[in-house]
Design a protein around this ligand. Structure first.
Ligand code: ADP
Ligand code: ZN
Ligand code: ZN
Length: 789
């Protein structure tokens, strides 16, 4: 990243001038031309390439503004614009975003209706732009060797021979490192060679970072040599062969393999082939599944070959270093969450998207991209295969792989190579459990579900046998809300259309429960729970439960029934308990060692965990996702139950799964019980077809927000009217959002459904060019939305 500063008063030589199309880093779309970039003249003698960062004068005041070069060329880049009027670039920095990634950002700007500058800003980590951890150092290069060899002392002569024997790739090298390599104790002789003109000084930029226990990078943290890779089963070999035969060309693959069927092993084999052919690879995993356990599987297999693992626990300088390593080719495999899809690797040979159904691949702010879909686009731009793996594929990917004219190849893996069988899943009806609990003299608390007798018995049995358990409750906090015992009043947030959620620290048995601390999950407002109902003065009760309440319940139970299990016997994993990735890693470590017997948590624990001694998985309330006003409610429920069930019985012990639900007949739960993804998918796709919903169609959602509800509704109405003028799409709304007010802003949504992505895109583009649709803080345009609140 060498800087070059240019004086703008240089007199331009227009006949030979070169120009650059620049996307400026500004958050707003002013006009269609802003979406395409602005033209600038390159200073004479300056060099710039697509992907370089530039500073350009913008607007009347010529405000220096950062931007990225999209294209360089002659006057043809200007169109009708006179070359003499093109302003000159102020500064060029070699940033080195690979050209296909620049192309990708342009596609994102178009497809996701996002200002191009913001799409580009999103492809480079902030740490890289700021240069965190970067240092310029002095290094040495050989030569130029003078015609006549200077006179050298015998020591210097020996040093020069040793320097000459080094491969060209060793340079540039820092003086200290060079002395080490040629076996000299001090830099005295390299200094002498420099003075004799045999070595020349140069400046290099290096990125350094302290390594910590969370930089799973290339270190083998377990201390034991990695086990030799297993021989692929026939099923695995079939998939490896089929995907390998498409290397070198664009080919989307869906790998549908049950939990524990060895998908990761398939990825590792494919990566081996790509590395051997000199290529590089990107592996995307959901943030939450990006544990040291996952990182280690990749870095151990390719120890010494450069694996960069990007996770949220990394420091800014470590992030910068990973980016620089990927850019320079030092790291050829990049494993990371969503944004790793933009890793600046070159010679990309394959992209793997693990758990491709995961909602965390979609970014919920500008640019609202879906990393799986961006991965497919990047694979297309770079002519390489992309593998979408999951035990519960998204219906979008499933449809793409199974419909009549499917362009995606489908591969299936139905067995576990370890010989383990899928766990037995038992559905229990919460209503029946409630009666049973009352009969046993341990009734449910009012308003709460908790651990029913069936689950409690199974937990006791598991703990008595020395096993471990995972309990899923997909709601954080202590209780969903506070309510009045007699008049039904509940406490809502003043600024949002939502209940205040009860949070509290865990209490030990015997202590009085603390007075609830209430928090809004949308605007983060906080307050203390009132002592009594403000309307009628009656006492209050807590409705519904979250992970904190379940934890209290469990602590009480274990103290009584299993004393002496130690202070870490129970661990709670949710975003309140674990504010930093390191906390989560430490918790998983204690679970792996067996110190923790019961791991309870939100969906955070449903993914990617592979612990052989987990013999019981309990789902406290499978209905938390079912009741959401979202057409994907069933799909989410099926995924969650199947994924968490897959944590049981991965080792030598049979696994058991107990699912508590108020809807024991719901197809999503019944199919998950039978591990029957195919039936679930075909029934669900049929009902989506009947309703005209994705994946059979494509959707975009536009949300207008404003402090004045009339204004928000008016803008949404205008957008809906303009959309309806387009015959090709179905328009729904405007309607108040399910979450009608957030942070004092009223929200109205318009949804459009189109038969194909092309039609959807053209419709949005037309309105964007007409200035009707502008992505800004008051209007969120979300193509392929996954959150409909
Ligand atoms: P998935 O990614 O589908 O959940 P994994 O790749 O994690 O599955 O494999 C599950 C377990 O099976 C792991 O412990 C893995 O080491 C083991 N495994 C995978 N492939 C084989 C194989 N061919 N032979 C023996 N064990 C295997
Ligand atoms: Zn009341
Ligand atoms: Zn609020």
């Amino acid at each position: 990243m060498q800087d070059a500063l240019f004086r703008s008063e240089d007199i331009p030589d227009l006949a030979n001038a070169r120009f650059a199309l620049v996307a400026v880093e500004r958050g707003i779309d002013h006009s269609p031309s802003a979406a395409q970039g602005f033209s600038y003249r390159l200073p004479e003698g300056a060099d710039a390439a697509p992907g370089d960062r530039v500073t350009v004068p913008l607007g009347r005041g010529n405000t220096p503004t950062n931007g990225v070069v999209l294209k360089t060329g002659g006057p043809e880049l200007l169109g009708d614009f006179p070359a003499s009027k093109a302003k000159q670039i102020i500064k060029v920095e070699r940033l080195g975003i690979p050209e296909p990634v620049v192309e990708l950002a342009r596609w994102i700007a178009r497809y996701y209706v996002c200002p191009l500058g913001m799409a580009l800003a999103g492809v480079v980590p902030a740490a890289v732009k700021k240069g965190t951890g970067a240092r310029v150092r002095t290094a040495l290069v050989r030569g130029p060797v003078p015609d006549e060899m200077p006179k050298l002392t015998p020591t210097a002569k020996r040093a020069w021979e040793a320097v000459n024997a080094l491969p060209a790739s060793a340079f540039p090298i820092e003086p200290r490192a060079l002395a080490d390599r040629i076996g000299e104790k001090t830099i005295a002789s390299t200094n002498r060679l420099r003075l004799a003109g045999l070595l020349t000084e140069t400046q290099i930029e290096t990125v350094s970072t302290r390594t910590s226990m969370f930089d799973v990078g290339t270190a083998n943290t377990s201390g034991t040599p990695p086990a030799p890779p297993p021989t692929p089963t026939d099923e695995q070999a079939g998939v490896i062969g089929a995907v390998s035969s498409t290397l070198g060309s664009f080919a989307p693959h869906v790998l549908f393999g049950i939990t524990g069927s060895g998908k990761t092993e398939v990825y590792l084999r494919l990566l081996r082939t790509v590395l051997d052919e000199g290529g590089s690879a990107i592996v995307l995993v959901p943030e939450i599944a990006l544990t040291p356990q996952t990182g280690r599987r990749f870095s151990e297999r390719f120890a010494g070959e450069g694996v960069a693992v990007l996770h949220s626990g990394l420091s800014a300088s470590a992030r910068h270093k990973a980016w620089a390593d990927a850019r320079s080719g030092k790291a050829r495999i990049v494993v990371g969450a969503r944004s790793a899809v933009f890793a600046p690797v070159t010679r990309l040979g394959i992209i793997i998207v693990d758990e491709e159904h995961d909602g965390s691949y979609k970014q919920d702010q500008l640019p609202r991209y879906h990393a799986r879909d961006v991965a497919i686009k990047r694979a297309q731009l770079e002519s390489c295969p992309v593998v979408l793996g999951s035990a519960t594929p998204s219906l979008e990917s499933w449809h793409n792989a199974t419909k009549a004219d499917a362009k995606y190849q489908l591969h299936t893996m139905t067995t576990r190579p370890t010989g383990a069988t899928l766990p037995e899943v038992q559905i229990v009806d919460i209503a029946a459990e409630r009666k049973l609990a009352a009969q046993r003299g341990r009734p449910f608390e009012p308003g709460a579900v908790g651990l029913g007798p069936t689950l409690l018995d199974a937990l006791d049995e598991t703990l008595n046998d020395g096993g471990q358990a995972v309990l899923l409750l997909n709601r954080r906090g202590f209780a969903a809300c506070v309510a009045c015992r007699s008049c039904g009043w509940t406490l809502g947030c003043e600024r949002c259309d939502a209940k205040m959620v009860v949070h509290t620290r865990s209490t030990k048995p015997g202590q009085a429960p603390p007075r609830g601390h209430l928090r809004c999950h949308h605007c983060h407002a906080e307050q203390l729970a009132p002592r009594s109902c403000p309307d009628c003065g009656s006492s209050l009760i807590l409705i519904g439960e979250g992970t904190q309440r379940l934890e209290d319940d469990l602590i009480r139970h274990l103290d009584k029934a299993h004393p002496g299990l130690g202070e870490h016997a129970i661990a709670r994993a949710d975003s309140d308990a674990l504010s930093h990735a390191s906390h989560y890693f430490a918790l998983l470590d204690r679970f792996a060692k067996g110190e923790t017997k019961v791991l309870l948590g939100t969906q955070m624990i449903a993914k990617g965990l592979d612990f052989p001694n987990v013999r019981l998985v309990g789902v406290i309330n499978a209905d938390t996702a079912l009741s959401l006003p979202d057409f994907r409610a069933s799909e989410r429920t099926f995924q969650l139950v199947t994924q968490v069930a897959g944590r049981a019985g991965r080792g030598g012990f049979a696994g058991r799964v107990i699912v508590q639900t108020f809807s024991p007949e719901d197809p999503s739960i019944v199919h998950a019980q039978r591990h029957d993804f195919r039936s679930f998918a075909s029934e669900e796709i049929e009902s989506r077809r009947a309703a005209g919903l994705p994946p059979v169609s494509r959707m975009a959602r536009i949300v207008c927000r404003h402090v004045d509800p009339g204004e928000a509704a008016h803008r949404a109405t205008e957008i809906a009217r303009r959309l309806r003028a387009d015959q090709g799409v179905r328009v729904m709304g405007p309607m108040p959002c399910p979450l009608a007010k957030v942070n004092d802003h009223f929200r109205f949504a318009v949804e459009i459904v189109a038969p194909s992505a092309g039609v959807l895109n053209r419709t949005l583009e037309t309105l964007r060019n007409a200035g009707v649709l502008v992505s800004d803080s008051a209007t969120a345009i979300d193509p392929d939305p996954i959150a409909l609140l």
